[in-house]
Design a binder for this molecule. Sequence first.
Ligand code: DGL
Length: 260
Amino acid sequence: MRVGIFDSGIGGLSVLHQALGELPEADFIYYADEKHVPYGEKTESQIREYIEEIIEFMLDRQVDAIVIACNTATSVATKEYRSRFPVPIVGMEPAVKQAVELYGKLPGRILVAATPLTIAGDKLHNLVEKVDRDEEVDLVALPGLVRFAEKGDFQSDEITDYLREALKGFILEEYKAFVLGCTHFNYFKAYYKRIFPHSVRLVDGNAGTIRQLCRKLGVTEHRKPDRRKGSTEYFFSGEAVTEKDRKRIEEYMKQLNVMS
Ligand code: DGL
């Protein structure tokens, strides 16, 4: 079984990381559209063009399913659009529903962070309207985190400064949960824990996305053996990665191991 996973950049590696544990025998193709990152600051039609090219790339390599490991790309790729292609396509949306189901009964608010395009999109607004019965969900765009993640900067004080500035309009004490509605945001979990004055609950959509992928593939038993049998190939905007890129990917994977 071969699965294609793509994102605008290295954010989707967090989804691949989850998938490697759940589907040890599958072969993966990971595609980072490094030429066009950040998607969150592009137009919808530009992103649709990129997505089509990537899906064709994956289909040429005979994948059995494709995961859009990018909330921004998913927000512009509707279900009807996705069903045009001959294999299942699993998208991602900010895990607002999950956050409300898990923590809705507790006192406090839920803050959903994503890219500017996802935050402005109808899809997220419709989702919030549907699940936020108590009107406890707020939204914030954090495009700067995509840049820090792409630079491989997981350690600097600038990240803290950026977050403090971007979140200064919110009373952080009020928040019980923080939804990571962009896969690039997964690298900064330690920072959110520091920025919120009490231990805020972090919610991301990675596990749910891989569960959905397994359902689509008809995989019912998830095993987590120590050694993987499947292969993983990496591409940056259609080109096989160089040795230097591979080292970069290894650094991201290490960071994800530390946080999982
Ligand atoms: N990682 C992407 C997401 O989940 C988008 C980041 C970007 O390219 O702006 O939305």
